[in-house]
Design a binder for this molecule. Sequence first.
Ligand SMILES: *Cc1c(COP(=O)(O)O)cnc(C)c1O
Length: 360
Amino acid sequence: MNRVYNFAPGPSTMPQEVLETAAREMLCYGDSGMNVMEMSHRSKQYQAIFDETEAVLRDLMHIPQEYSVLFLQGGATGQFAAVPMNLMTGSGRADYVDSGNFAHGAMVEAKKYGQARCVASSREDNYTYIPELNPADFDPEADYFYITTNNTIFGTRYASLPDTGKVPLVADMSSNILSEVYDITRFGVAYAGAQKNVGPAGLTIVIVRRDLLGRAMPTTPKIMDWTVMTDKGSMLNTPPTYAIYMAGLCMKWLKKQGGVEAIEKVNIEKAKLLYDVLDDSDFYRAPVQKPFRSRMNVTFTTPNPDLDAEFVKAAAAQGMVNLKGHRLVGGIRASIYNAMPVEGVEKLAAFMKKFETENK
Ligand SMILES: *Cc1c(COP(=O)(O)O)cnc(C)c1O
């Protein structure tokens, strides 16, 4: 068996230890005589797995009891609609920062439900930075203020969070949840699809401050209603049981690595390995402005698209796969989430230097 270094943006690489545990438990979890995916979601045994997963997540992110933690389906894209449906019922207005393709998509979706206003955008400049935010521009009556903490496609990250005062800050954290320390109390709502930095696809984590519950539009489908889902412990209907179990294994693995505080340091080091190569080079170009560089998705190009393709192919031949940039931007993108070992990044950095020497 030859495992590759998988730089995919999502679904993405998982800790090998976690896969081994899942393999060991494939035919029989504990003394249950069955796999987790065969269990009733109403069984005691499954509820224990579910509760433990929530507890580890609360522990890793220091989530206080004033927040409800939900394990839902529908992906981050489902939450693009759920956010306005659950919150846009006061003034009917919300501020959106258009810092990337997913931020833009969320704003467009929200316009179906109310006045989603673009408060700042870097769209004209191909999303190569996080736009400057001036609190004087913020709508003080907005039902919420929406950001995307890490831009997966273009490779940018908020260096600091906006101060939105009384207006609840809502964040799509799909591609950097659990990768760096956030003070969750800065947010009204934080949510993430699991398939980038948490576990397998199929699970969407929503963390919502309880005082924001009870505001949903009457037309909100009940499976998207955070209040209903809170009351039902995320089990109004069948939750993504196996994805939750796998995410739980990943979270326990993260806890063993020292938690978010420790992995953040590793993530900074990993990103630096690649950005140092880019900064030392007049061959590669890194389009993102330095203060906004993502630690999770490192984007760059060679001098031309043919060489980009050559790079991706040659890297794959050496066991480093899925380095092709997003179809919207082209070039090369290395996604280096928590589960990507330092060795994988070191190998890529060495390959980048060698490729430069050979193709200059
Ligand atoms: C991947 C991604 C999405 C889309 O997630 P789905 O779970 O596929 O809906 C949304 N936002 C961000 C920031 C992402 O990285």
